[in-house]
Ligand binder design. Structure first.
Ligand code: TPP
Length: 334
């Protein structure tokens, strides 16, 4: 076992069931996203569509460390985030299909998943555009004397946007309970990070605002979990916002429209050799905390859930034409 894996294991007081749950959620995200890619190429899903394949450990580790009453703001690359939050896979798939049974009644699509009950407040298409909204939610929590936190998730490209700097500044100045989670998959569309960021280590951008910044192995679900637990504790108990950078990779192109020719096959293969699901599965098998039969059962359960989500989306209706102007501010009617 690698030293890094060993280090993350030490703090583990996790039950077998919890460990299985993390693996289950990572497999669910992987299988769901593979199915989404398939349905996209069959033109069942349209519009922009960004996948989380490769980022499963970052997502599951982070979501496992927050409370059900905490608030989430995230980017357009968020199907896996909604799944890890416990949003119904059927409603997510239906939203991708543009069906009325989707999380946003079929009006948002892939980039605009939203579930108020889960405190999953979007799904935003403008890079960095949701960071000021997270500040607003943090301020509201503070104003009302609550002890919830905000988990705000974005890519490394967003750390070069003005809104990132304004938001971190205010979060620290006003001591807001926010965990800023940067999913560093090393590419903003086709731009590698060294071509758009003057700073080599993104977590150090927190230093400009006297904020704690930390970098963690985003391919290791337990490492991300423990780092997020500590960041959430600081935010909740000490009113110290934290910037957590998770070092990870997206296996597929930026979106379904991107063949990803700006990366070498060797690079992609090297990251896939560190696959978060395969390595966590191996760790559990080695420790006698999982059997191959249990894993196969888990995979079968996940595949059933994903198929049920597809069937549900297929069977659902598109919004009625008469409702075209519902939920919009402007209407053609006088
Ligand atoms: C303000 C703004 N500029 C440009 C775009 C076009 N755009 C969409 S995604 C993207 C790359 C963002 O990369 P990153 O923040 O690293 O997130 P990732 O897609 O890697 O998850 C860009 C430039 C946009 N949506 N919004």
């Amino acid at each position: 076992m690698q030293a890094a894996e060993e280090a993350t294991w030490k703090g583990a007081g996790e039950s077998r069931e919890q460990l299985h749950h993390y693996l289950f959620q990572m497999v669910l995200i992987r299988e769901f996203e593979e199915k989404v890619a398939e349905q996209y190429t069959r033109a069942k899903i349209g519009g922009y569509c960004h996948l989380n394949i490769g980022e499963e450990a970052t997502i599951v580790g982070a979501f496992s460390a927050i409370r059900p009453d905490d608030y989430i703001f995230t980017s357009y690359r968020e199907h896996g985030h909604a799944l890890a939050r416990g949003v119904d896979p059927k409603a997510i798939m239906a939203e991708l299909y543009g069906k009325v049974t989707g999380t946003s009644k079929g009006r948002g699509g892939s980039m605009h998943l939203f579930d108020r009950a889960a405190r999953f407040l979007g799904g935003y298409g403008i890079v960095g555009g949701h960071l000021p909204l997270a500040v607003g939610a943090g301020l509201a929590i503070d104003y009302q004397g609550g002890d919830e936190i905000v988990l705000c998730i974005f890519g490394e490209g967003a750390t070069n946007i003005g809104a990132f700097h304004e938001s971190l500044n205010l979060a620290k100045l006003w001591r807001l309970p926010i965990v800023w989670l940067c999913v560093n998959n090393h590419y903003a569309m086709g731009s590698p990070e060294h071509k758009d960021s003057a700073a080599e280590f993104l977590y150090r951008k927190a230093l400009a605002y006297d904020m704690v910044g930390e970098r963690v192995n985003g391919m290791d679900v337990l490492a991300v979990r423990y780092a997020t637990l500590e960041a959430a504790r600081r935010a909740r108990e000490e009113r110290e916002p934290v910037l957590l950078e998770c070092d990870t990779y997206r296996y597929k192109g930026h979106s379904m429209a991107d063949p990803g020719r700006y990366r070498s096959e060797e690079e992609v293969r090297a990251w896939m050799a560190r696959d978060p699901i395969a390595s966590f599965k191996r760790l559990l098998l080695e420790r006698g905390l999982l059997t191959e039969e249990e894993y196969q059962q888990m995979l079968a359960d996940v595949q059933r859930i994903v198929q049920e989500a597809v069937d549900f989306a297929e069977a659902s209706s598109f919004p009625a034409v008469e409702t075209l102007y519902d939920y919009v501010y402007a209407s053609p009617e006088p």
